[in-house]
Ligand binder design. Structure first.
Ligand SMILES: NC(=O)c1ccc[n+]([C@@H]2O[C@H](COP(=O)([O-])OP(=O)(O)OC[C@H]3O[C@@H](n4cnc5c(N)ncnc54)[C@H](OP(=O)(O)O)[C@@H]3O)[C@@H](O)[C@H]2O)c1
Length: 347
């Protein structure tokens, strides 16, 4: 395995802050991927910063506020070094764990930002994303309200998650956008057709979420049945039933290359995202999620790994062979634009 040296840094798009070239996704520390150990998660946060990870990703919806509260003390203790990114727009309920709503109206944004600032215990959010675009509110109105937060000093930089190229263009008419966060991995490549070219042209950074395919690409489990009872992935279309078996069966080339290089499958998957971003000429800061210190170190170790043309050619077809949409439910504008699947599970 490639060990973790100090992570190089990069600018998060033309207008964004300087950050380590890999961020840390913190969602799993609160919800979705089975039980978490709070102390282990906090140790992972501190180790990440030591290794040069500076972009920490959360959302108000993760654990219905729990994730922001978990990160708060860490962010406050390292305020000048941490770039904290959070999101609004996916609405949860304190009383009904199954409730999912969406709201990106200006009135909602003004309430949501205050709640996130309070939970994080900071005066300013470094990067504030619209988690989804609610079709009831025009993009320009949402971004206009976000721009007011920048003027007020509550937010430093703006981001959008799961937007189409057209929506990104609309947003850029209103205010500079530092980053677009979308699912992007060996198994999820629809962004390359639509939003990535617009981001590249406009100097907006891509922040790939689930770059490890929510763990699928790591080889850490060989059957979905091995995931814990409450693990949300058990019900996701790419994990459940025959799709899960089929998709896990696609990993042979990844394992072969990893073994030959003496690295791990997760490291190959992360190196692949960096390579694709270079092909598109777009700045990229993937945010693999982990609660485990040793996995964080492994993932950071991938940042300097370069794949050969032969290896890349072997890996490229995998995305087209994947069974099942990446989410179930509503349709993301980003997927509609790329002609991809219908989607919508809100994490
Ligand atoms: N904008 C959005 O709509 C959206 C949606 C989903 C996620 N996100 C953000 O993106 C971040 C990352 O995405 P993700 O967590 O869904 O998926 P991911 O990064 O593709 O994969 C995370 C999963 O892989 C495991 N893992 C991580 N590193 C590993 C390694 N080296 N070896 C083996 N297993 C490893 C983690 O388990 P352990 O924790 O047990 O290590 C976890 O189960 C999230 O934390 C969240 O901040 C955003």
């Amino acid at each position: 395995m490639t060990g973790p040296g100090m992570l190089p840094s990069t600018r998060l798009g033309r207008v964004g802050p300087q950050v380590g070239v890999q961020g840390l996704g913190c969602m799993g520390m609160s919800e979705f991927y089975g039980p978490s150990d709070l102390d282990a998660s906090v140790r992972t946060l501190h180790r990440a910063l030591e290794l040069g990870v500076t972009l920490f990703d959360t959302a108000d919806s993760y654990g219905t506020g729990h994730n922001e509260e978990l990160l708060g003390p860490f962010v406050r203790a390292n305020r000048d070094r941490v770039v904290i990114a959070t999101k609004f727009g996916l609405v949860r309920s304190a009383t009904d764990p199954h409730y999912r709503g969406m709201d990106t109206s200006p009135a909602y944004i003004r309430k949501a930002v205050e709640a996130s600032l309070r939970r994080l215990g900071v005066d300013t959010i470094d990067l504030y994303y619209a988690h989804r675009i609610d079709p009831r509110t025009p993009v320009a109105e949402t971004v206009g309200a976000m721009a007011e937060l920048v003027e007020r000093g509550s937010v430093r930089y703006l981001g959008l998650s799961e937007v189409s190229g057209a929506q990104l263009r609309e947003a850029l008419e209103v205010h500079p956008i530092a980053a677009v966060q979308s699912e992007w991995s060996l198994f999820s490549r629809d962004v390359e057709e639509d939003v990535v070219p617009v981001a590249a042209e406009a100097g907006v950074a891509m922040v790939p979420y689930s770059p490890l395919g929510r763990g699928l690409l790591t080889g850490s489990f060989t059957t979905v049945d091995g995931l814990s009872e409450g693990d949300f992935r058990r019900s996701m279309p790419r994990f459940a039933g025959e799709n899960g078996r089929h998709n896990l069966g696609l990993l042979a080339p990844l394992h072969r290359i990893a073994e030959a290089r003496g690295v791990t499958a997760a490291q190959i998957a992360l190196a692949w995202v960096h390579h694709r971003a270079a092909v598109h000429g777009v700045a990229v800061v993937p945010i693999p999620g982990t609660r485990a210190l040793h996995r964080l170190e492994e993932n950071v170790g991938a940042a300097t790994l370069r794949l050969t043309e032969e290896e890349l050619a072997e890996l490229l077809p995998l995305g087209g062979l994947v069974a099942g949409p990446r989410h179930a439910g509503l349709t993301f504008a980003s997927l509609r634009a790329s002609g991809g699947e219908t989607a919508g599970q809100r994490t």
